[in-house]
Design a protein. Structure first.
Ligand SMILES: Cc1ncc(COP(=O)(O)O)c(C=O)c1O
Length: 431
């Protein structure tokens, strides 16, 4: 038999996409699933997904609207856009109208559209969420990483931003500020936000304020930077984190009227790509942004569980010699293992990638390496998502307590046991 002719098309990939790996968070999830299939016990502290269920009133609203089948307006269901504007008025005192809101199938997709339609550099602090920089690479934009310090809880300072603008002060730039932060859980004080806003305003930058974890500020005290630079700030939000509905795919961008040209340009591209966001999901989302006592109660429970759990874990990690601070919100920690470098070097661990790989291999505990968030390769940092527990069970137990004191270590052992076991295993491994 002769050699078979290859009739399939040759590989011709867009240069910007060649070599682009699967998003780091999704890749770790697949690796965990593979190990589980082999019968290994795996602790999933890698994927950043809310452990909590979607609040019942929002689920009920989705059921009622399952029959909604028509294509929706490209910018989103008007009722929802009104409700999102109303939500920011209530929660942040920011005066936006429905016309200023754009709805999309996840805020990630909206961020991609923004980078596509705006012609400028992307400025992000390091560490930053895993997808901002790859999106810029796909589109062919320059990315400027701004350094942060562990001592300052990995937060961007106004001075760093000033330094970036020294040459070419009015170059078009988008700065992404994400707080509470993925990967560190840290947030900014009003004064820190004011200082950053002042620099952004002076240099006419566009600020994309990624507030997807805003409602998961552990003390319910989230402040938007849009209060201090309304003319140039786009607020990014959605249902994925605080509403536990990542798989529903609904994100929101809220613009100042002065940036209507950007909203309109994004809507034009949306009309030629995703067309509109799922109709039933948009109707259900109206209920979530409406808020009310049931939603507040749900959020109170989520916040207190996350706050206490973070405190417990941080204490254990510190005792094991890891450098880490208590977070302000979300469900992440960004521990620095460099104080244990010598010990880790003996295990042949010299980079964050080796740290995450060895830990998973030897103990089944999955975390994400700091390098995925833009940190230097040989820095021994990692992101730890403390979400490996049954959130349905935990939240219904929290709902029964009479005082927040009952959400103590015993409560955490009972309802968030898997995550705490993973931390114990990690600490033992470090010894
Ligand atoms: C910081 C941050 N921004 C944005 C997103 C995207 O969220 P979605 O596309 O689900 O709205 C995520 C999700 O992991 C995130 O962590």
């Amino acid at each position: 038999m002769g050699k078979q002719k290859n009739n399939s098309p040759d590989i011709h990939l867009n240069l910007n996409v060649r070599g682009l790996p699967l998003s780091a968070t999704l890749a770790i999830n697949e690796k965990c699933n593979q190990l589980r299939k082999q019968g290994r016990q795996v602790y999933k502290l890698g994927l950043g997904q809310s452990p909590f269920p979607v609040p019942q009133p929002v689920v009920d609203e989705l059921k009622v609207n399952a029959h909604q089948k028509d294509y929706q307006a490209v910018k989103g269901l008007f009722q929802l856009r009104e409700m999102v504007a109303d939500y920011y008025r209530r929660s942040q005192g920011i005066n936006h109208s429905a016309e200023d809101v754009l709805i999309g199938p996840g805020s990630k997709e909206l961020m991609f559209l923004l980078q596509l339609v705006y012609y400028g550099d992307l400025i992000i602090p390091t560490p930053s969420w895993v997808s901002y920089a790859p999106q810029a690479h796909i589109i062919g934009r320059h990315v400027r990483w701004l350094p942060t310090q562990r001592e300052n809880n990995w937060k961007l300072t106004a001075q760093e931003l000033v330094a970036q603008c020294k040459h070419d002060p009015l170059k078009p730039r988008i700065v992404i500020l994400n707080y509470p932060s993925n990967p560190s859980g840290m947030s900014y004080s009003a004064d820190e936000l004011k200082a950053i806003a002042k620099v952004a305003m002076k240099h006419k930058m566009i600020l994309l304020s990624d507030e997807i974890y805003g409602e998961l500020h552990h003390r319910g005290k989230h402040i938007s930077i849009a209060r201090f630079y309304p003319e140039g700030t786009i607020i990014s939000g959605g249902l994925s984190k605080w509403c536990g509905a990542g798989g529903w795919r609904l994100g929101t961008f809220t613009f100042p009227p002065s940036l209507r040209w950007l909203l309109d340009a994004m809507a034009s591209v949306a009309s030629e790509t995703f067309t509109a966001t799922s109709a039933p999901i948009q109707y259900a989302a109206v209920r979530s942004f409406k808020g009310g006592i049931k939603i507040e109660n749900y959020l109170w429970n989520c916040r207190i569980i996350l706050r206490r759990l973070a405190r417990n874990i941080v204490a254990k990690l510190k005792e094991a010699g890891v450098a880490v601070s208590e977070p302000d919100g979300a469900f992440y920690l960004f521990p620095d293992f460099s104080p244990l470098r010598e010990k880790l070097n003996k295990k042949k661990i010299n980079s964050s990638l080796e740290l995450a790989d060895k830990l998973l291999e030897e103990t089944g505990v999955a975390i994400l390496p700091g390098v995925s968030f833009g940190r230097p390769e040989n820095e021994l940092t990692a992101r730890l998502a403390y979400v490996d527990f049954d959130g349905v069970r935990a939240i219904s137990a929290a709902d029964q307590v009479k005082s927040e004191k009952e959400i103590n270590d015993e409560f955490l052992e009972t309802y968030c046991g898997n995550t705490l076991t993973a931390i114990d295993i990690l600490c033992k491994w470090l010894k």
